[in-house]
Ligand binder design. Structure first.
Ligand SMILES: NC(=O)c1ccc[n+]([C@@H]2O[C@H](COP(=O)([O-])OP(=O)(O)OC[C@H]3O[C@@H](n4cnc5c(N)ncnc54)[C@H](O)[C@@H]3O)[C@@H](O)[C@H]2O)c1
Length: 283
């Protein structure tokens, strides 16, 4: 089956970037979100991102216009009925994802691959909510999607090799590198990244250093491009807590327990960049 129409569900931090890279690569994209405000924000973010590529001479203005012409936004999930491939990027919640996948399973043709951008939730569990678990896989893009080359490809218990090969080829078409990981909580990326971010928040809570000091040590001493607290703000503190909960529950080790300060900030609505406040403030 040839893939021309791609459906992206969820137009938040990740969904808008995923829609953008597919549109830039020549696919017809329908970006769907239950929130019309999120769709408006996504359009503005994509416009800005493409404009930056044009400004830097990395994209011709005509190609930008063509990419925008291939992108539609929709608030009804039924609009994805004729998609050839789906990427889900809604909130990191297992029940919400399983409900959505069951609906997508009924809406789309049976041969269509349904992929999830989940950071940590079991692909096997998501696939089991459908009648096509062999065609459910993880396609974990990194933030910001238009700039980051990695896509972690997660093979669930029932995912077929054919589905993995299709996803891997799609990564090449998008100009990305797909790396395969097994279906264990957090896969590779967040199994390693989240404990580091969580430890940085514990260090802040215990007064080991200020946010600036903690980030400076990791940037200047470990050669990380950004400090862990800046990165947490970038990812979204609610997303970090959700991932840590999956690691804690799935692996059963208390070392993955989310730092109480991280939970408190989420309770206060300080979610990082997307709300203007996290460990730092953003204009
Ligand atoms: N933020 C990151 O850095 C990052 C990186 C990699 C993967 N992820 C994963 O990507 C997914 C999305 O994360 P995000 O940071 O973009 O979240 P986000 O909170 O920025 O956006 C989620 C969007 O999904 C929409 N939504 C919620 N339920 C929906 C439904 N049933 N149907 C359609 N739309 C719905 C919301 O309105 C919102 O716009 C999560 O699974 C997350 O773990 C996030």
């Amino acid at each position: 089956m040839s893939i021309r129409k791609v459906g992206v569900v969820g137009a938040g931090t990740m969904g808008n970037g995923i829609a953008q890279v597919f549109a830039q690569a020549g696919f017809d994209v329908t970006l769907q979100d239950v929130s019309p405000a999120a769709l408006d924000r996504a359009r503005a973010t994509i416009d800005k991102s493409l404009a930056k590529f044009v400004e830097k001479g990395k994209l011709a203005a005509a190609d930008r216009d063509a990419a925008l012409g291939r992108l539609k936004t929709e608030s009804r999930v039924e609009a994805l009925h004729d998609a050839d491939y789906v990427v889900e990027a809604i909130l990191e919640n297992v029940d919400a994802k399983r409900t959505l996948f069951s609906l997508l399973d009924q809406l789309t043709r049976p041969e269509v691959i349904l992929s999830s951008n989940t950071s940590s939730i079991s692909i096997t569990l998501i696939g089991a909510a459908t009648k096509r678990p062999d065609r459910v896989l993880g396609m974990h893009f990194m933030n910001p999607v238009p700039l980051m080359p990695l896509v972690e490809l997660i093979r669930g218990q029932a995912t077929s090799s054919e589905s993995m090969a299709i996803a891997s080829n799609l990564c090449v078409t998008l100009g990305k590198t797909g790396v395969e990981a097994s279906d264990y909580p957090g896969f590779i990326a967040n199994r390693i990244l989240m404990p580091m971010i969580n430890e940085a928040v514990f260090a802040l809570m215990e007064g080991v250093g200020t946010a600036d000091a903690i980030d400076a040590v990791m940037k200047l001493g470990m050669n990380h491009p950004m400090g862990p607290l800046t990165l947490a703000d970038f990812i979204g503190l609610d997303v970090c807590v959700a991932i840590l909960d999956v690691l804690h529950q799935g692996l059963g080790d208390p070392k993955y327990r989310a730092c109480p300060l991280l939970r408190r900030m989420v309770a206060a609505g300080r979610l990082g960049r997307k709300t203007g406040h996290g460990f730092y403030s953003y204009a």
